[in-house]
Design a protein around this ligand. Structure first.
Ligand code: NAP
Length: 266
């Protein structure tokens, strides 16, 4: 962390939590960091709150690959993206002073909607019907028309997102050292006309997944990009791929992804 000195804090302006955040800012300054008001000037971006706050910090700062993201939780529960607890200042100081910090790279998925808008996701892309009717999507893997889905929606998750929405849909937890995307269905309707694989599947990072939405009246699904929702009318094609985008975060000793999974779920 020696050469990285400009730190930006991203947090919800909750008056109850401000005193703790102020203590954190003071600690950072005492340790020689320059706390900046503009994330563009930062090379360390700290998301304070929990996994949701970390996802917001990454999204709002534009998924920068030239800075280090740090997650600090203020909740009792362990968090998958947060290596520090807001009250565990000793651990933070130790990490800074002993250089006991390695960089860990988390793969991110790239989403193109109708060849125009481009978005990134750290947890997942979710495409859900915004009305009570089922949503139909043609699922293509590269150039192969793989299946026609009809149901509530589809979730495409990254490895670090595999412990979130994907896991609630019985998807597998995936090691983030494997850059890949997991495709999972939400309440698919299976009958003689519509048939889907019925289980989640994992795609290599060099594959492209395309979800094509027929213009049948239900073509304005809710698009979830981690914890942000987009509502776009007349969507035709959603392309999802991994182009090598990553975000960097801290890795403390004895705190691998699998330590966190164990701590959170077992
Ligand atoms: P939220 O709906 O308030 O909370 C969702 C929960 O998921 C929170 O406990 C959050 O942790 C946790 N979480 C977030 N990312 C995680 C990860 N990678 N691994 C394990 N747990 C994770 O929304 P939020 O806090 O802003 O988080 C957004 C995420 O919620 C979405 O990206 C999606 O994955 C997930 N989600 C899940 C479902 C579901 O399981 N049915 C439905 C919608 C969304 P914190 O409390 O530390 O924030």
């Amino acid at each position: 962390m020696e050469s990285r000195r400009n730190m930006f804090f991203s947090y919800k302006k909750d008056p109850e939590k401000l005193p703790d955040i102020q203590k954190l800012i003071t600690l950072a300054e005492e340790q020689g960091f320059v706390v900046v008001d503009d994330y563009k000037e930062a090379n360390i971006i700290v998301g304070v709150g929990g996994d949701g706050a970390f996802l917001q910090a990454v999204r709002k700062s534009g998924f920068r690959d030239d800075c280090l993201y740090v997650g600090v939780t203020d909740e009792v529960e362990a968090s998958l993206y947060c290596d520090f607890h807001i009250h565990d200042t000793e651990k933070m100081i130790e990490a800074i002073q002993t250089a006991g910090v390695e960089v860990r790279r988390y793969p991110v998925i790239d989403v193109h909607i109708d060849g125009e808008s481009h978005f990134k996701c750290l947890n997942e892309l979710s495409v859900r019907s915004s009305i009570i009717k089922t949503l139909v999507m043609d699922v293509h893997i590269d150039d192969l028309h793989f299946e026609t889905f009809r149901g509530d929606g589809i979730v495409v998750s990254t490895p670090t997102g595999s412990t979130a929405y994907n896991r609630s849909l019985n998807g597998a937890v995936v090691d983030p050292r494997i850059p890949c995307m997991q495709v999972n269905e939400m309440a698919s309707l299976n009958n003689n006309q519509f048939r889907t694989l019925g289980s989640s599947f994992i795609l290599h990072s060099d594959r492209k997944l395309t979800l094509s939405i027929p213009q049948d009246g239900n073509n304005y699904p809710v698009i979830g990009l981690d914890n942000e929702a987009l509502s776009i009318q007349n969507i035709q094609n959603i392309e999802v791929e991994m182009t090598g985008s990553i975000i960097k975060t801290v890795k403390l000793k004895n705190n691998s992804f699998w330590h966190k999974v164990q701590r959170t779920f077992l």
